[in-house]
Structure formats: C-alpha cells, structure tokens
Design a protein around this ligand. Structure first.
Ligand SMILES: Nc1ncnc2c1ncn2[C@@H]1O[C@H](COP(=O)(O)OP(=O)(O)OP(=O)(O)O)[C@@H](O)[C@H]1O
Ligand SMILES: [Mg+2]
Length: 264
C-alpha cells in the first residue's frame, strides 16, 4: 500500500509521516518512507537517521537528464546506477544501497533537494517522484509512506497517480481547512477513493470538534486527531529524532484506519 501525506506547509506532514512509520514498523511492517519534498531536508533526522540517503536524482545525473532517462531507457547515455529507475517495476530491494538509509524495518529514500539559487524549475523532481512511485511494487507486508511537498502542485505533476490513499494533515487554521478542500477535490479528480484527514496540533477537544465539522462540510472524513504535543514541539525545535508524548498513542487508530482501507 502507498500512502501520500499532504497538506499545508508546516501543518505537520513530516511529523505524521514519522509517527505512522514508527507505528507501522513496530507492528512488523517493512516501511519505506519516500521523501518527496524538494525543499525541507530534515526528515532523516526526525526518523532517527544520522545522515540522509543519496537522493535518487543524483544517480540519474541531475535534473536535466531525468526526462531523457525515463523516455529512452535503452539509451547508452543513461548513468549505470540509474538503470533501476527505468525498470517497469521496482521492488524495494532493487533500490541501490547508497540511496537508502535503513534501520529496524524502516527505510528512507529521497527524491532530491533544491540546493542552489537559480537552479531552475522543480518540475523534474515531480516527474521523478511520479515515475518512481508508479513503478514501485509493494508487497503485503510493506508500506510506502510519501512525505509530500506542501500545497497542491504535486497533484498538477501527477505524483499521486499511483497512490492508494491520501492523508491530509490539517492544523487549526482556515487556510489549512481550505487547502484540505482543494486537496480532496484534486485527489478525487485523480481517481483516489481513500482520502481522509488527520487533525494535528490541536489545542483542545472543542477545537477538534470545530475542525471536524468544517471538514465534514467539505465532505472529508476525519480519521484521527493529534493534539498539540509538547514533546513533539521540543524535538521539532531541537532538530533531532522525533520524541513523542500523547501523539504516539493518538497515531495508533490513524494507522488502523489507513490500513483497513488497504483493500477497498
Ligand atoms: N502535534 C504537534 N504538537 C506540537 N508540535 C508539532 C506537532 N506536529 C508538528 N509539530 C511541530 O510543528 C513543526 C512543523 O512540523 P512538520 O515539519 O512536521 O510540518 P510539515 O508540514 O512537514 O512542514 P513543511 O511543509 O515545511 O514540510 C515542527 O517543528 C514540529 O515539531
Ligand atoms: Mg515536512
């Protein structure tokens, strides 16, 4: 199963990805987290790794070569390590070791990061994310969780074409609710049936009820609520591995709900 975690900038997408990954890993799933956010570089730390994997974009030979690599897989011009990305089907174990960091049933791959000023448009990252996710084959005991970039541009790039579920992270703000509505429409337009929301950074049960009512008005099902968690907040400030208080328990039902939709 492939789950895309998306939502407004700063709403807690990466945090929710890390919480879900840890919960799934502890249940015995082989978890692959795909970092599809070309801007923020810290997901590896949140997941408890000391260094990031070499991005997939680097084995292709950079953004300029991605289109030709995917369009003409038989070309002799393809970087040898990039051949795996031209396969019709990519198993998790096919991913080159240098492009993955790994511990305790948890693996992380990264599509690529914007590193330089004026390096040009970010579309090639979207193309690589879309094609990689489309070709990635997932066994029953494997779970792929994608940390999307903020906003909705990835829908325009078709990155969600092959995902089974979209999980929208909603923080207590009008903008976040409005964006959830747009994501829901775009995901439905992509043909994804399993679209749901998780509330995050919620200060009180009263606010949770208000947010849920607003999402229901927008025809979005809410499958869980993560309250404001001071431990999460502190670990986010310190920049290390995610430390959780109440959030670790609150994510359990969210994963149950996501997994129960696996065969719908
Ligand atoms: N439930 C929570 N309680 C307290 N702090 C939280 C909670 N969820 C997230 N945070 C904090 O909010 C900040 C933003 O979270 P995170 O990086 O996960 O958001 P994001 O949506 O991935 O952001 P971006 O759009 O920049 O990728 C982090 O510092 C994180 O620690
Ligand atoms: Mg993030």
């Amino acid at each position: 199963m492939k789950i895309s975690v998306c939502g407004k900038g700063g709403s807690g997408k990466s945090t929710v990805v890390a919480l879900l990954a840890d919960e799934a890993r502890s249940r015995g799933y082989q978890v692959l987290v795909v970092d599809s956010d070309e801007s923020n570089a810290g997901l590896f730390r949140m997941l408890g790794f000391s260094q990031p994997p070499v991005p997939l974009m680097e084995i292709v030979g950079g953004k300029k070569k991605i289109i030709s690599t995917l369009r003409d897989p038989s070309s002799s011009d393809i970087a040898p390590k990039a051949v795996v990305l031209t396969q019709d089907s990519i198993a998790i174990e096919d991913i080159p070791a240098e492009n993955m960091v790994e511990r305790d049933n948890l693996r992380l791959v990264s599509v690529g990061k914007i590193l330089q000023a004026l390096e040009g448009c970010a579309c090639p990252f979207g193309v690589l994310s879309r094609e990689f996710l489309k070709r990635l084959t997932v066994k029953d005991n494997e779970l792929v969780i994608v940390d999307m970039e903020a906003g909705v541009e990835h829908f325009g790039r078709g990155v969600e074409e092959s995902v089974d579920s979209v999980l929208i992270v909603v923080e207590p703000s009008f903008e976040s609710l409005e964006l959830a509505g747009r994501i829901n429409s775009l995901a439905n337009g992509t043909g994804i049936k399993n679209v749901s929301a998780i509330l995050n950074k919620v200060p009180s049960d009263d606010i949770a009820s208000k947010l849920e009512a607003e999402l229901v008005k927008r025809s979005i099902r809410v499958i869980g609520c993560i309250h404001h968690d001071p431990e999460l907040f502190d670990s986010g400030l310190e920049g290390g591995a995610l430390r959780t208080g109440r959030a670790a328990e609150e994510i359990i039902g969210v994963l149950d709900s996501v997994l129960s939709k696996a065969n719908v």
